[in-house]
Write a protein that binds this ligand. Sequence first.
Ligand code: GDP
Length: 305
Amino acid sequence: MITALAGGVGAARFLTGLIEFVDQEDLVVVVNTGDDVEFFGLHVSPDVDIVTYTLAGLVNDETGWGVRGDTFECLGMLKRFGEVDWFNLGDRDFATSILRTKLLRAGFSLSQISAKVSHDLGLRVKILPMTDDRFSTFVQTPFGVVSFEEYLVKWAAQDVVLGVNFVGMDAARPAVGVVESILASERVILCPSNPIVSIGSILSVAGIRESLRRSGARKVAVSPIVAGAPVKGPADKLLRGLGVEVSAFGVAQLYADFLDVYIIDSMDAAEKGRIEQLGVKVVVVDTLMKNLAVKTALAKAALEA
Ligand code: GDP
């Protein structure tokens, strides 16, 4: 069994390469829920949906989120009522969130709902939210404190980050199956995802980091930082805000207590020696997932490292 820890788009792209080699039934994907937001009373789980749509072959490849060919009639009608909002949700995406909200109100957990949605979309991969409990990531900027999704979408991640808060962290328990699959896997892969608000939030849920330290699995991470910058998204602002060096090395430091192998991009080959001094083996390959060939080669490296 393989367990992957995942955020949204970067992780989902990597996982499309991974399922070329791993049988879906042997793969558990533990997904960040710190970005979950409430939108018109609906519970939206951006990262869980991105991973699910991508693996089900439904994702809008241009944006990396949402359903390919989706329409935005519902949002358009809301705008006619003067309800201009900052969040974008297509009609089919609305359906997923309507179902999730209905089932949450009927007492089902996020992980039960995720299992139903992925099954109904034809998947056999187990997609597990990191926790079934409330967990919300907030970002502190010079202009105030906002939810991470608001920082990313509404404010286009323009502002300097002064700090990050995981609200609910102290009470959140890992969803059933998360720790069990980390302990039972032969390999745990940290996808190329935001190290603070995607992987960092997963690792902050009580017991998850500890299970990675205890697990006999080979623990492999793919660096989301290439040539001193994120490929996409605000990882640089978040790392800087928390005083972490914006480099493959900086991210390696965050995982060094449990990591066995770290995959870095060819452009960062010069960082190899410094990272190996952290006690982590380094593999150097091309990690920019421009096409399926790179994705599969990267997945193969993560499976063989
Ligand atoms: P989201 O897509 O923004 O929700 O976030 P993720 O948590 O999946 O993380 C995106 C992270 O993945 C960013 O820090 C990117 O730098 C990284 N990333 C995206 N695409 C690639 C890629 O092709 N190669 C590598 N190495 N990292 C990537």
